[in-house]
Design a protein around this ligand. Structure first.
Ligand code: AMP
Length: 223
């Protein structure tokens, strides 16, 4: 199963991606997480990425496509993968089409998480991540940890991403509109996109996402 998860910052991509990938037993691949791991390790790639990430701009395509190319070449993706945060522009989408064509595989479905922009800003301002495992995500109002500042799952410190500050969020939304929305059109033209309203509770959004995936499996089997 090869799934893309697209949506503006704050739509809940990370939260849903972890659950969908676990449900399908496929790899969750987040370019944002891969960059943050490089930043934490202080690699040259991480430094290059950080100068763009902290101001809300995209990391250059040659860096991003290289990272994804390497990641998709690993054997653990053979069963499938869920891409979270890639592709974010048309050049990346075409590069992914090429990578898949060269391994004679194709995408099964593209889930487009939809959410009003005002909600994006509200969600991101309160978002807190676990320093030990960034897949543990909280919100100061809507899903607060039991102990303030500590992760419920592993006890790690919670922190706010430096690109989650309000001014940066507006920049990221502009980038989403101009660069990433055309990617949705690119996959619409291939009949792969299902829009998922992402405003509701996590479980409701997840159920819709899993429903769309199983419908796409039915379609793939019919082909
Ligand atoms: P995310 O965790 O997906 O919100 O990504 C955080 C930041 O990492 C983004 O705002 C971009 O600066 C950078 N980033 C993540 N994925 C990509 C991508 N596919 N292309 C370029 N930059 C990316």
């Amino acid at each position: 199963m090869r799934v893309l998860l697209i949506g503006p910052p704050g739509a809940g991509k990370g939260t849903q991606a972890v659950r969908i990938a676990a449900h399908l037993s496929i790899q969750h691949i987040s370019t944002g997480d891969l960059f943050r791991e490089h930043i934490d390790r202080g690699t040259e790639l991480g430094q290059r990425a950080h100068t763009r990430i902290r101001v809300g701009l995209l990391v250059p395509d040659e860096v991003t496509i290289g990272v994804i190319n390497d990641r998709l070449a690993r054997p653990d993706t053979e069963r499938g993968f869920l891409l979270d945060g890639f592709p974010r522009n048309l050049r990346q989408a075409r590069a992914l089409d090429g990578i898949l064509a060269s391994s004679r595989s194709r995408l099964d479905t593209v889930l487009d998480l939809r959410i009003p922009e005002a909600e994006v800003v509200r969600r991101i301002a309160g978002r807190r991540l676990c320093r030990r495992d960034r897949e543990h995500i909280f919100h100061v109002d809507h899903s607060p940890p039991e102990v303030a500042g500590a992760c419920d799952v592993c006890g790690g410190d919670l922190y706010q991403r430096d690109d989650d500050r309000e001014a940066t969020v507006h920049r990221r939304l502009e980038v989403y509109r101009s660069e990433t929305e055309p990617v949705v059109d690119h996959y619409e033209a291939q009949g792969l996109v299902t829009a998922i309203p992402a405003l509701g509770p996590v479980q409701e959004v997840l159920d819709q996402a899993l429903g769309a995936i199983s419908r796409s499996q039915g379609v793939a089997e019919d082909c």
